[in-house]
Design a protein around this ligand. Structure first.
Ligand SMILES: [Zn+2]
Length: 264
């Protein structure tokens, strides 16, 4: 965009729905919010004065809040002028485990999405995930489903139905290659020395996660060793695509350690 074009846009107002994905503090009382909007994609906007009590846009600037925003376009940064809350998702913030996963889901979305890249399907998917995060029984499984589906919507669906080396569809042994983007048979697994051996149970769960809707997957039961394999495979898969160590993944580990401590 040229400076002249920027000049023309200056002071324009627009209205959009959006979810708060994150923020950082600015000056003494402001925050720069990272918003995710169905019409605009990921955007940044300043929320003035929201670190002071009784600010009119305070509630809408909370993490994960879903609101309708009125935003003033600026030369460099847009500024939120009003907001009307549609869903505060306060239940997510009330519980340490769902908070940790909410932060992780938001961070994964942030780092895998370019600025101002409108994607309504991705928005609907993320909003739905946040609703489910409030009530899903096994959040770790929800997290694996979210990872698989998020990558698929972003255009990185793994090939799970034939060997990415030779096209074979039946397997004695199965390997998962993040570099090659899918499964490898025994004959081909040498093509990626980092490919991980997985069981047919794990492959079946991965296929269900990729193909099934959230409604179909709610209540999905997964054996412990399968859950561990899924985590190993998807951690590498995510790292390969987002090329970014995720800060919130560490937070989840800490929270899970706490939970284990509590159950003893
Ligand atoms: Zn093969």
């Amino acid at each position: 965009m040229t400076n002249q074009q920027r000049g023309k846009l200056y002071m324009a107002l627009y209205r959009t729905d959006a979810i708060v994905l994150g923020y950082r503090n600015l000056g003494e009382a402001d925050k720069i919010l990272t918003l995710f909007s169905p019409d605009k994609g990921k955007i940044h906007a300043v929320a003035r004065g929201v670190r002071r009590p009784r600010n009119p846009i305070l509630a809408g600037s909370q993490l994960f809040s879903y609101s309708n925003f009125l935003i003033l376009e600026g030369r460099n940064l847009d500024t939120i002028s009003q907001c009307e809350i549609k869903e505060s998702f306060y239940k997510i913030r009330q519980n340490l485990e769902s908070m940790a996963y909410g932060l992780y889901f938001a961070e994964l979305l942030r780092v895998s999405t370019p600025l101002e890249d409108k994607n309504q399907e991705l928005f609907r998917f993320f909003l739905k995930t946040m609703y489910l995060l409030q009530k899903w029984e096994n959040i770790e499984i929800l997290s694996r489903i979210y990872e698989v589906k998020l990558m698929a919507i972003q255009g990185f669906a793994p090939e799970l139905f034939q060997c990415v080396g030779c096209g074979r569809k039946s397997f004695d042994k199965i390997y998962f290659s993040t570099a090659m983007g899918g499964i490898l048979c025994h004959d081909c697994h040498g093509k990626d020395t980092k490919a991980i051996n997985i069981t047919s149970d794990t492959l079946n769960v991965l296929r269900k996660m990729l193909m099934g809707t959230y409604e179909e997957l709610e209540g999905l039961r997964v054996k412990k060793y399968v859950a561990e394999q899924l985590k190993d495979v998807l951690d590498l898969f995510i790292l390969h695509h987002v090329d970014h160590k995720l800060k919130t993944a560490e937070f989840i580990k800490d929270v899970n350690k706490l939970n284990i401590g509590n159950s003893k």
